[in-house]
Ligand binder design. Structure first.
Ligand code: SAM
Length: 209
């Protein structure tokens, strides 16, 4: 069995709660897309791409898809799209592996949300960020970037879990704010925010104010 296969098998063991981290760390340098796993964020999320689809229940995916369906006729940018975009989108993610598995992308762009977005002003009807912004240190700048790439009548929808993220993912989490602080930040960025809680998810539907 080659290193890549052994690495993927180890990831599955990890998912089933087996103590596979030390073995995986030894194999990772031999796998091009996981070389600095788990410290390096690109390697970390590349590995998660093999597991992520099973981490969110189908019913929750369906509920989110329904909530976002009002955006499906415009040009949507899905930030941190991962391996699953809820509506057809321009998909943007740090992980090429995640993007590889995502079959709802009109185009796929690899990049880092900590930096400026590589898109022109006012180029999208909507932007979505589902289970993502808690992994971004420069979240205030990102919100400003989102506003910049949105058209004047555009909508930004951000979704976050109301419950803490699981222990494994938490090693990459860099911000955890009470929802009212997110609302305040979004308002300060120039959005009018409609916040609601549904099935333990926070929805922030934002329009340019
Ligand atoms: C928890 S997953 C959510 C994926 C998808 N939105 C979903 O709902 O299934 C977080 C995603 O954000 C991406 N991500 C994390 N940090 C990032 C960064 N700095 N730049 C771009 N993408 C990032 C990860 O690669 C991963 O695909």
């Amino acid at each position: 069995m080659d290193a890549e296969q052994r690495f993927i098998e180890g990831l599955l063991e990890l998912q089933y709660g087996l103590d596979a981290v030390d073995d995986l760390k030894k194999i990772a340098p031999q796998v091009s897309w996981a070389s600095d796993w788990p410290e390096d964020k690109r390697s970390f999320w590349n590995a998660e791409a093999f597991l992520w689809s099973r981490k969110i229940p189908k019913e929750k995916r369906e509920m989110i898809t329904k909530e976002l369906s009002f955006l499906s006729h415009g040009k949507n940018l899905d930030l941190g799209s991962g391996a699953y975009s809820y509506i057809p989108s321009t998909c943007f993610d740090i992980s090429p592996k995640m993007l590889q598995f995502n079959d709802n992308c009109k185009e796929k762009i690899t990049g880092d949300l900590e930096k400026g977005l590589p898109f022109s002003n006012a180029s999208f009807d909507s932007v979505t960020a589902v289970f993502v912004i808690n992994y971004v240190q420069n979240y205030s700048s990102l919100c400003r970037e989102i506003r910049r790439v949105l058209k004047k009548e555009g909508t930004f929808v951000m979704i976050l879990s109301a419950n803490p993220v699981n222990d494994w993912q938490r090693q990459k989490e860099v911000v955890s704010l009470p929802f009212l602080k997110w609302v305040k930040l979004l308002e300060e960025t120039g959005f009018k925010v409609d916040h609601y809680l549904k099935e333990e998810l926070h929805f922030f539907k934002c329009r340019i104010s």
